[in-house]
Design a protein around this ligand. Structure first.
Ligand SMILES: NC(=O)c1ccc[n+]([C@@H]2O[C@H](COP(=O)([O-])OP(=O)(O)OC[C@H]3O[C@@H](n4cnc5c(N)ncnc54)[C@H](OP(=O)(O)O)[C@@H]3O)[C@@H](O)[C@H]2O)c1
Length: 335
């Protein structure tokens, strides 16, 4: 019997802010399954800020999405038919898959997940997935935290920021999170034990707020946001501070960047080290890092939240919500 699937394609590239008009939901006939292939039904999709850059036709560390082709993203899916010698019907697998309800993929494209009883399978898209790993390697390898350091994290209530802040806490650092809104501030302080927060929507003068909250100045800045928030932090850095250049989400929707950064004298006089990184640089160390994070989760030292939106049709809206801060923790879509 012929099988069909719903599928989101990139209809047009955004100019400035992305919107639902950039996506189109179509229905497409599925191909038959050849040897070594599986038919999967998507269960959860991860939506991630980096996908905004893939919507532009620009060179980056990942290639742009092609026009009129499927958007792709990390996904947990269930195998419903198989011609693989590796997997069985009912297995849960994870991989970078097209935004389709059903897909026929080669067995090489996915890995099996065997969730521990105490951790939900969705954790493999959040705290044990790329965002948790990004927090882990960014903070520990580039940030090199020392007992008593003061760590500032932007987009602190998001998937990467919330984990980075807790790892900094485990390492005995004072942690200050920058985030948008009172609910997120409360979440960071009361649920995740951040020492303090700055709600940048209420108090946009980050420099002044940081002067109040950490007169001892900042040793590590985990930057997920860039722009004016980072400008504010740069003024408050300590000698030999480290900047983890993880993301610049405040700039992703801009057509043209203003020239800059202009605050490099601040970095120079304080002998600051700033390093960009891509989580895949650490791919060989993923298994050991995942084990370590899993242990912290099981010991209750790392808590994680997932903001799960129900419905395949809501994929674009869930993705766009990252840019208006709709999520606390990892944004996922349940299919
Ligand atoms: N280098 C790597 O390998 C790597 C890997 C994964 C992610 N990243 C980067 O890490 C950052 C966080 O990613 P994530 O997946 O954890 O997303 P996330 O933090 O869960 O979601 C994005 C958050 O960014 C904040 N935000 C959005 N637009 C903003 C703006 N204009 N100004 C200030 N804050 C804004 C929002 O929180 P508020 O409500 O607080 O504004 C939103 O909730 C992103 O920049 C991403 O590109 C890098």
């Amino acid at each position: 019997m012929e099988k069909y699937t719903k599928k989101f394609i990139l209809k047009r590239r955004p100019s400035g802010e992305a919107s639902t008009d950039n996506f189109e939901l179509i229905e497409e006939k599925l191909p038959g399954i050849s040897r070594s292939e599986i038919l999967v039904k998507a269960k959860y999709f991860s939506v991630d800020p980096y996908m905004r850059n893939r919507m532009n036709n620009v060179e980056s560390y990942v290639s742009p999405f092609e026009l009129n082709s499927a958007i792709t993203g990390d996904c947990i899916a269930e195998i419903i038919e198989t011609r693989s010698d590796r997997y069985n019907i009912g297995d849960l697998v994870i991989g970078n898959l097209p935004w389709q309800e059903y897909s026929v993929v080669n067995q090489e494209k996915v890995e099996i997940i065997l969730p521990a009883e105490t951790i939900s399978s969705t954790a493999y898209l959040s705290v044990l997935g790329l965002t948790g790993l990004t927090a882990y390697f960014g903070l520990l390898d580039i940030g090199d935290p020392k007992l008593g350091d003061t760590v500032v994290i932007s987009a602190a209530a998001g998937a990467v920021g919330s984990v980075a802040g807790q790892i900094a806490g485990i390492k005995g650092c004072k942690v200050i999170g920058i985030c948008g809104g009172e609910e997120k501030s409360d979440y960071l302080k009361t649920y995740l034990n951040f020492n303090d927060t700055i709600d940048y929507k209420k108090t946009p003068n980050i420099r002044k707020e940081l002067r109040k909250r950490c007169p001892e100045k900042v040793d590590i800045y985990f930057d997920n946001v860039g722009g004016e928030i980072s400008d504010g932090v740069f003024y408050q850095l300590n000698n030999y501070a480290r900047i983890i250049l993880c993301g610049q989400i405040s700039l992703y929707n801009l057509n043209r960047l203003s020239m800059g950064p202009r605050l490099f004298p601040q970095l120079l006089i304080r002998r600051v080290k700033m390093q960009g990184f891509i989580v895949y640089d650490y791919i060989k160390q993923f298994p050991e890092a995942r084990d370590r994070i899993k242990q912290w989760v099981l010991e209750g030292k790392i808590k994680y939240s997932e903001n799960i939106i129900d419905g395949f049709e809501n994929l674009p809206t869930a993705f766009l919500g990252l840019f208006s801060g709709e999520n606390i923790g990892k944004q996922l879509v349940m299919v």
